[in-house]
Design a protein around this ligand. Structure first.
Ligand code: HEM
Length: 180
């Protein structure tokens, strides 16, 4: 008889050395698994000024050749205290042979992105393949996300954005530390 209160039989793993064994295609991104938290700076020519933000990024897997990806941000005041929730997004990074990555990423602001790119040597570089927008979303035409493992416990993140009629350019950069 099915027990609806039982534990999920296939929980996500946040560590390369914990079960289930990572799929071999995840080899180039194993260093990303886990929870990362840190601080970043952002801006865009259409905004009044630059801003500081906190960010948490989580990568996990269930033994199949894709990562589950989740990122949440919050704005910081001049003393680095939290001001308000900011962007969040989640998605799936589908690993292909030779470190190629196909990512699906959605945001509560009405933006759904398909990004493609490459993982290798401690870096992942993803650029827009396609963007779909809900009727009320801001116009976003392209993005580029770069993740770099500076060392085992430090992940840097850079994000470029083409939106509201402006060409692809810096919107965010952050340095994150592994928390678990
Ligand atoms: C760490 C993640 C992010 C943070 C902290 C952040 C922060 C901000 C802030 C503070 C603004 C000004 C409006 C407001 O106060 O809400 C803004 C505007 C905007 N952001 Fe982001 N953002 C992030 C990620 C993204 C992503 C992933 C995208 C697109 C894929 C994006 C696209 C935009 C657009 C289109 C605008 C509006 C620009 C305008 O209307 O002039 N942002 N962002």
């Amino acid at each position: 008889m099915f027990d609806p209160a039982a534990e999920h039989p296939y929980p996500d793993s946040h560590r390369p050395d914990a079960p289930p064994a990572p799929h071999p295609l995840l080899a180039p991104v194993l260093g990303l698994l886990g929870t990362w938290r840190g601080r970043g700076e952002g801006g865009y020519p259409t905004l009044d000024g630059d801003f500081a933000y906190g960010q948490e990024v989580v990568f996990s897997h269930d033994g199949r050749p894709f990562l589950r990806y989740e990122a949440r941000a919050w704005l910081l005041d001049a003393e680095d205290a939290p001001l308000r929730p900011a962007a969040r997004e989640s998605g799936w990074w589908r690993l292909q042979p030779d470190g190629r990555v196909e990512a699906l990423i959605t945001q509560p602001t009405g933006i759904a992105e398909i990004a493609v790119g490459q993982a290798g040597k401690g870096t992942v570089d993803l650029s827009t393949h396609d963007v779909a927008l809900t009727p009320t979303a801001k116009e976003v035409t392209a993005t580029r996300r770069r993740y770099t493992l500076a060392d085992d416990a430090t992940l840097t993140f850079a994000f470029d954005l083409a939106a509201v009629g402006r060409p692809l350019q810096h919107h965010l950069s952050a340095s994150l530390r592994r928390t678990q």
